[in-house]
Design a protein around this ligand. Structure first.
Ligand code: NDP
Length: 343
């Protein structure tokens, strides 16, 4: 990671590939440590908030210029001098973007073995996607903020063909029995949403959102999963029914903007008059209480085919910066992951 970028898009050349460093596990591995090789790394929108000085739902510090980026990863233990970790085991956690690395095997730092009952049943990349942080975001956000959800309620999901959005939509449709509408940035994404069971979907670049929503939800919206912010939120508030719930998960349309250009929503008074519940969420808050239940429940949904995982895989750690930049402008359909090495 080269330097902080406060305003505008982060350019691809802000990510530098360093091929210099070498690790000698024989000599370098100390007691309590494990030597890992990365298999997958996850590129996520919250990383933008670590590349500039801004409020974040990431509960740690910003990236350090000159140091590797860090994010959700799946890795395999190559050698271990730590109790509880054996060669060949698969772990996930927040790790530096380095193809090989030595880390402290301290569970407190968030490194944990992937759910053993799912090994061999799903690709390992799912542990940074549908069975990892984005899946947990979708499942726990609905549970903690949108519930109680009645069958037949009308729900809208923005950035619906992305990592979180696709899971939210499928859960709302196939688990809760809602009528689900998705907005996304291309016709191919819209087609995918329909294929996965969304009742309606529209391309927000080509269809005016007011018109699309009036057609798809003539009686209004009960649940809005907010991923994008800006004018979309304003339109949705206008269309919410009394007692609607808005799960404020993210506002990606605002992350690159200087503070003075951020969108000011003008109709917030409707939140009062319509008794709308709008609540922000930070997925990290829910792991202690719900992490285990999530692993079992979502594992079942995925292996039974109730929730389908869609991935956008980029090959090679040297392309991780490019993959992140592309994800931020909608280049991904489903969860954006980088394959670093073969499983
Ligand atoms: P996605 O896989 O959805 O990728 C980001 C997507 O955002 C792009 O594919 C693009 O899709 C869309 N997008 C980019 N710019 C804009 C824009 N200006 N207007 C509308 N859409 C845009 O990422 P995630 O699923 O990982 O994240 C989705 C949201 O959830 C983000 O806001 C993120 O910050 C938030 N999040 C919050 C968490 C929390 O704990 N609060 C945890 C995880 C994610 P398209 O082609 O449709 O434009």
């Amino acid at each position: 990671f080269k330097e902080f970028v406060n305003d505008g898009k982060v350019p691809e050349d802000n990510f530098v590939v360093n091929k210099e460093q070498r690790i000698d596990p024989e000599a370098d591995l100390k007691d309590g440590q494990i030597f890992l090789r990365l298999l997958y790394l996850s590129v996520d929108p919250y990383m933008r908030t670590r590349m500039r000085k801004m409020e974040s739902y990431y509960l740690g510090s910003g990236f350090e210029p000159g140091k590797p980026l860090q994010g959700g990863c799946v890795a395999q233990v190559v050698a271990s001098k730590a109790p509880g970790f054996a060669e060949g085991e698969v772990v996930s956690g927040m790790l530096p973007w380095s193809s090989h690395q030595i880390v402290e095997a301290d569970a407190q730092k968030g490194l944990h073995k992937v759910e053993p009952s799912l090994l061999g049943k799903v690709p390992l990349s799912y542990f940074v996607g549908v069975l990892g942080m984005p899946g947990m975001t979708a499942w726990s956000g609905l549970k903690k903020i949108a519930e109680p959800i009645k069958e037949g309620e009308v729900a809208l999901v923005s950035a619906a063909a992305g990592a979180v959005g696709l899971i939210v939509g499928q859960l709302l449709k196939h688990v809760y029995g809602c009528k689900v509408i998705g907005s996304a940035g291309s016709n191919d994404k819209v087609a995918l949403l329909r294929e996965l069971g969304f009742d309606a979907a529209f391309n927000y670049h080509t269809t005016p959102k007011e018109q699309a929503l009036k057609e798809a939800a003539p009686d209004g919206i009960d649940i809005y999963w907010e991923n994008v912010g800006g004018p979309v939120l304003e339109t949705v508030i206008e269309m919410c029914r009394p007692h609607a719930r808005i799960v404020a998960c993210g506002m990606i349309s605002q992350y690159d903007l200087p503070d003075e250009e951020k969108y000011g929503v003008k109709n917030l008074f409707h939140v009062v008059t319509k008794r709308i519940k709008m609540q922000g969420m930070v997925v990290a808050d829910y792991y202690a209480e719900l992490g285990k239940e999530f692993a079992t429940t979502m594992g079942k949904y995925v292996t039974e085919g109730k929730v389908k995982a869609v991935e956008h895989v980029t090959e090679g750690i040297e392309n991780a910066g490019k993959a992140w930049v592309e994800m931020m402008v909608g280049g991904n359909t489903g969860k954006a992951v980088v394959k670093v090495a073969a499983e």
